[in-house]
Write a protein that binds this ligand. Structure first.
Ligand code: FAD
Length: 458
């Protein structure tokens, strides 16, 4: 135990059944989905109201005990791993959709609502919250706001940040505040909502989220195009965006990733660089867009082009993309996945993918490359044998080369997964002296340094 947390004091706030220091509960909150080493907290608390969170924060602030907000635990950079111990504030009970404001196309939710559950609820109203992370069945709205998550629809609809209007927050010293407004635009004061989006639990606790919604498109159409070379596939992405296609998703899988999805999902796709494309709009519109896309793919000498416009056909076509990371994880069961999430200006995406393959060849490491090509967001998975320190060192060097190369091309170290622990070593390199400004903001909002310590920057 690193902190002498008074379980009775916490039980008096949330009830004895909603506090635990039992080993299995601590272990379950010592990891996320990354390769970052586990770190046990001292206690877990499951609050069910903003007021309870405020009281827990007042207790923690008074005793200078670290607090780590925890939603779905699906992060890939160690974001919620409690490296300093302390209290994990788990959001599982805060899972209610509080109000759907249909006339204004807005919804207010608690942070523990799961992305897919929200959209299942909204579907009957013809509404939709678009960012669509690959982890949509586990990622919660709290975690999505705190990581500024996005996914394959970002190319058309933007990222979580583009939808958040208002937040209820609890400050590290336990004050409750509403920041932002339900108005569609505002120039009133500093953008505190913007500050909390992507703050990875380091500034305060988000307890309610009001976000704007979109209407569901009348028609969705999908296509899958296979190419001989990565260059042809990435040139197609560039052309499709450059020539103004209204793409809702354009995703790339390299040949290695297609291979593992074939094996794990029982598919029989051609094992070559593949693009997965989606269009949203009117029936006539998506049909025109699909035809135009086929023309662009043909111009880039695609080996095959297959389209679908029923949900069943689309689901079969997209199975490989949807399950890409899970397939890699299953195929390499027992091994460690080092995830990467660089994001590049669109014109440099192709050369970034080529560079990753070059690093793989030079190091002998298996590296999978796939991602949200239309945004220039490339995911990589480096495979490391468990407990092989030499290989882990090689993996870290490969990550460093990939990240440095992305920065040299004008990119960022984190397109959507956040910085957490795993990308912390590169934050200064990306932001230089601006990291001092970030530290000053952290110090102003969290003077005792209790909110998710050790993350983003040292
Ligand atoms: C298979 C797979 C695919 C993925 N695909 C994507 C993808 O396509 N796009 C993408 O963006 N991410 C993806 N991810 C990463 C991850 O799922 C997302 O970042 C997700 O939004 C994290 O949400 P969570 O609820 O699991 O949050 P957690 O992991 O629990 O927490 C994330 C961060 O937010 C903080 N936090 C949590 N709740 C609160 C709160 N209420 N107040 C303040 N801070 C809080 C935590 O302290 C932590 O720093 C993927 C992960 C997996 C495993």
């Amino acid at each position: 135990m690193r902190y002498a947390v008074d379980l009775n004091a916490l039980a008096a706030i949330v009830g004895a059944n909603n506090v635990s220091a039992r080993q299995p509960d601590l272990a379950a909150h010592s990891i996320d989905e990354s390769y970052v080493a586990p770190s046990l907290p001292d206690a877990i608390v499951w609050p069910d109201s903003t007021e309870q969170i405020a009281q827990v924060m007042r207790y923690a602030y008074e005793h200078a005990i670290p607090v780590v907000p925890w939603s779905g635990g699906s992060s890939l950079e160690g974001n919620p791993v409690p490296v300093a111990g302390g209290i994990v504030l788990a959001m599982y009970r805060l899972n209610k959709i509080l109000n759907v404001n249909e006339p204004d196309l807005q919804v207010t939710v608690q942070p523990g609502v799961i992305y897919d559950d929200l959209n299942a609820h909204l579907r009957r109203l013809g509404l939709y919250f678009p960012p669509a992370p690959g982890s949509s069945d586990v990622a919660t709205l709290g975690g999505m706001v705190a990581n500024n998550s996005s996914g394959m629809h970002a190319v058309k609809y933007g990222v979580t940040r583009n939808y958040i209007l208002q937040l209820k927050i609890v400050t590290p010293d336990g004050r409750i505040m509403e920041i932002g407004s339900r108005a569609k635009k505002s120039t009133s004061g500093y953008d505190l909502v913007g500050l909390f989006i992507g703050s990875e639990g380091t500034l305060g606790v988000i307890t309610e989220i009001t976000l704007r919604l979109m209407g569901m498109p009348e028609q969705v159409a999908s296509a899958v195009a296979v190419f001989d070379t990565l260059e042809a596939a990435t040139a197609t992405v560039y052309d499709a965006v450059r020539y103004g296609l209204d793409i809702a998703a354009i995703e790339l899988l390299d040949a290695g990733t297609v291979h593992v999805t074939n094996v794990q999902q029982g598919l029989s796709l051609r094992e070559a660089p593949t693009l997965f494309v989606e269009f949203h709009g009117s029936k006539a519109g998506v049909s025109d867009q699909t035809a135009y896309m086929q023309e662009i793919c043909n111009d880039n000498h695609c080996l095959s082009f297959e389209s679908a416009d029923t949900p069943e056909q689309r689901s079969i076509l997209w199975a490989a993309r949807r399950e890409a990371r899970n397939s890699i994880k299953l195929y390499h069961a027992g091994e460690v996945l080092m995830s990467g999430d660089v994001c590049l200006p669109m014109s440099r995406f192709g050369e970034m993918v080529t560079f990753v393959h070059q690093v793989s060849t030079e190091t002998g490491l298996q590296i999978y490359a796939f991602g949200h090509a239309g945004d220039g967001n490339l995911h990589t998975e480096i495979i490391i044998a468990r407990d092989d320190e030499a290989m882990a060192r090689l993996g870290n060097q490969a990550t460093e080369r990939i990240v440095r190369h992305a920065l040299s091309l004008g990119g960022t170290i984190a397109g959507e997964h956040g910085v957490g622990l795993a990308k912390k070593p590169f934050i200064e390199q990306e932001h230089g002296a601006a990291v001092d400004l970030m530290r000053a903001i952290k110090q102003a909002l969290d003077p005792r340094g209790i909110m998710n310590p050790g993350k983003i920057f040292a």
